[in-house]
Design a protein around this ligand. Sequence first.
Ligand code: G3I
Length: 386
Amino acid sequence: MLPAPSCQKPPPHPIRPQASRPRGSTSGRASRAGMKRRQLLRHAIALPAALPGLASSRALAAIQGGPRVAFGIAAQTRQLLTDPGFRDAVVRECDILTPELEMKWGFVEENQGSANLAPADQMSNFARRFGKRMHGHALIWHKSTPDWAASQMMTNPDWRIIDAFIQRIVPRYAGVVESWDVVNEPFADNGRPDGLRVSPFLTAFGPDYIRRAFERARSLAPTAKLYLNDYGFLYDDSESEARRTAALRLLEALKKHSVPVDGLGIQGHVDLERTGTFRQETFARFLKSVADMGCAIRISEFDVREHETAIPVEQRDALVADATAAVLDVAADCPALVSVTCWGLSDRYSWLPLPSETAGLNRGLPLDSDLRQKPMYRALMKALRR
Ligand code: G3I
């Protein structure tokens, strides 16, 4: 039985910005309460590499005040190290950084015993230097499991290889990584009544792999917030409904058994071909059910996939912005929402393809490929301040 709806606020979450801290502060020490509007404006302008005439998300928050939902982006270390314009935009815009690749098991330990940790170290140093919080992604994910580990799990299941990875990575980034995707994408339509994906983890350890992973992560990161993260919760169709039901049942069971799960990451990969089946009421009801369990909510991987490129660019951008507002306005109305992370900041580095290479870049991220704010950016910022 799922709990009766009564949208409760979850316990305080470290990645929700505190009202007493000025957003846009590079030191984070000054108290916003005592600052006059002009002081705040001066403070905001001092941010690195502000675009002339355009306020960044952090600067706007400092000027406008009031609590807001934190804004995050996923990026790759080499983008931050080799592209100064992009790096400045990241510094200017985001509160929370998620490594797109660098903390994944298959990236860190492609061969058993190898330890490719330099890129994750570099990103965490960047985060410390610029006062960014980090979200760790992802401890358990079937797609980022190295081949050697997947095949060992299938032939000779031994939790110690998973344990060794979690132990290697979690304590290393204590103090900078404030939250983790502990289990990523555990749901799939594989014909199981519980809606769980048939992955090497499930095959080797049964559904209990989820409890084990959360408990191990908690033992190594006592204060980090621990998330289950998945996609496919957005639409008003039977496929999404099945995934929502599976997620609610799993969260309920985990909570019932005191498994240390703090929240749900809702990947917001919006597909413009499917927005006709998005209904705000359905999504709002799902968010409320998650919140009612005392779970925090992150919109964890937001971007918009385009399909139609033979229309004027203004029209494309308007479609992307409308889809952004439709989803994020509902999310922002839920008190359990702690952050929105875009899966990339600029179209320059979007992972989203277009139907053909000649169609150019997908325009489903907040900044265009020249790092200019697009209507999507404004829709996003408006939602974050709702
Ligand atoms: O950097 C190498 C390049 O040197 C090489 O020539 C090329 C050849 O394949 O590969 C490049 O690495 C690719 C990497 O992205 C860098 O862009 C990997 O093959 C490719 O697998 C990797 O894909 C990433 C994918 O996760 C798998 O880790 C995507 O960038 C990343 O956006 C995607 O993110 C996932 C989330 O983790 C989970 N949710 C879905 C989301 C999108 O798929």
